[in-house]
Each structure stands twice: as C-alpha cells, then as structure tokens.
Design a protein around this ligand. Structure first.
Ligand SMILES: Nc1ncnc2c1ncn2[C@@H]1O[C@H](COP(=O)(O)OP(=O)(O)OP(=O)(O)O)[C@@H](O)[C@H]1O
Length: 243
C-alpha cells in the first residue's frame, strides 16, 4: 500500500451560515491523476483552496504526503503547486523573472534551471515572450507561464482549478502529456474541470461533488462502468436523493 499524497478527512467549510463543503473525504495516491467534477457552486474551488492552504476550514484534516496543512503549512506548501482558474501573476516583472522567482522559492538547483525552463517554455511555445512584462501577456499566456512555474519544481502534488479553460488546443494536448509525465515520476494531480471528456481520457480516479457532498469517488473505469462519464454525471446531478 502506497502512502497517500493527498488525504482529505471529513472536511467541512461554511461561509457564514452556508455550508459549501460537507464532511468530504478523499485520498489520492502517487502516480494518480484525479479529476474533481461537479456543477457550478458544488464546492470544488472551496475544497481546492482548503487543500492548498489558502482557505481555513472549521472541521476535518488535510494531509499532504502525511503532513497536516494546518500544523505544517510551510512544509506542505513546499510540496504543492497550485494554479487557480484565473492566475493573477505579478504584472510588472517579466516572464523569466517570474519563473526564476518560482525556482528560488522552491529551491530548484541552479544547474537544472536552464534546462527545465527551456523544456517547458518550448513546449508551451512561449520562449520568445519570456523577456516581456507579464502585463503584456494574454490570458492564455499567463496560464502557460503559471504552468511553467509549477512544472519547473516538480511538485509532489499539483493542484489545478479548471486548467484547460483558455488554453489553445496544442497547449491543452501538451498539458495532458506533462500531467502524465509528472505522475509517472511519483507525483499526484488533483484538478477540477467541467470537461468530462478530459476526465474520461486522462484521469485514473474521479470524484463527483454535489452541493458540498461527495457523492461518488473511485477509479474512472469503475465510476463510469459501461456508460459515459457524462451519463453518470447527469444521473447524479438530476437525482435529488443522491446528496
Ligand atoms: N467567498 C464566498 N463567500 C460566500 N459564499 C461563497 C464564497 N465562495 C463560494 N461561496 C459559495 O460556496 C459554494 C461553493 O462555491 P465554490 O466556488 O466552491 O463552487 P465550485 O464548485 O468551484 O463552482 P464553479 O464550478 O462555478 O467554479 C457556492 O454556493 C458559492 O456561492
């Protein structure tokens, strides 16, 4: 039995009186790409923000590689890369300054940096813009830069909120390849999306959240059975008893 890279135990989070996430538990093991799906307002971003340690929660525990995000936040954050759905980067530095800053923060050895940065910048076809101010980047270019800043330090856990929105088809294709490559190194990925075809093709495991409650979790194969994931998803969201 491998150690879990992410373990969420009975997570609950409310905004004032509204319960956004209710008693949610799930685990992700090394090598696993886990897709997190649910309707708008289901609680995906809330869960993700709790996992990466930028949102406090009332109940439950979150362990990254066995360490509690509440008790050892700095250690946990050193193991995680997080890309929100709309990455808000520093406008008045250049792309390369941003990537070097990420390399410094995550202690990427100097001798590996050039190779790593060139690899990912070439894959995302952004090498020629790295000397420009981030303020001049398009939305998709900012997303690519944030992805490079994450991949260069080979995080143990990569957490992505809606990573494919705004990426061009080639970048989406390459991102999927890089996600698998990272997991082949023994890392794990937890990402939310509304694109069920991506989950079906890419994810080893999947969970479905509905109104803050986890209603299904398991291998993609087992969850979909002989149906498409879309059919299962529609059944879950339309069935009022399944909460
Ligand atoms: N800052 C906030 N203050 C109050 N309520 C919030 C806040 N953020 C989220 N919520 C509520 O919590 C619930 C879960 O929201 P969350 O953003 O986690 O959903 P989501 O699954 O990521 O949705 P989407 O797919 O639309 O991005 C929703 O009912 C939302 O209105």
């Amino acid at each position: 039995m491998k150690n879990n890279i992410l373990e969420i135990q009975n997570l609950s989070k409310s905004y004032s009186k509204k319960k956004a996430v209710n008693n949610l538990s799930l685990t992700i093991q090394p090598g696993e790409i886990h897709g997190f799906i649910g309707h708008n307002g289901a609680g995906k971003t809330t869960t993700i923000r709790a996992v990466v340690g930028i949102m406090d929660f009332e109940e439950g525990r979150i362990l990254i590689n066995g360490h509690s995000i509440k008790e050892e936040p700095v250690l946990c954050k050193s193991l995680v890369a997080y890309i929100p759905d709309n990455p808000d980067l520093y406008d008045y530095i250049t792309g390369i300054q941003y990537i070097n800053y990420m390399c410094d923060m995550f202690q990427v050895p100097i001798k590996n940096r050039e190779r790593e940065i060139c690899k990912y910048a070439n894959i995302f076809k952004i090498s020629e813009s790295l000397g420009d101010l981030i303020a001049s980047y398009s939305h998709g270019m900012k997303q690519k830069l944030a992805l490079i800043g994450a991949f260069v330090h080979h995080p143990k856990l990569l957490v992505l909120d809606e990573p494919f929105v705004g990426l061009d088809p080639e970048a989406s294709f390459n991102l999927k390849k890089l996600m698998r490559e990272l997991c082949d190194e023994g890392s794990a990925i937890f990402f939310s999306t509304h694109v069920l075809e991506v989950v079906e093709k890419l994810c080893d495991t999947v969970s479905i959240i509905k109104a803050g409650n986890l209603v299904m979790s398991g291998t993609t194969e087992k969850i979909r059975g002989s149906n498409s994931l879309e059919e299962i998803f529609m059944e879950v969201v339309e069935d009022d008893k399944k909460i």
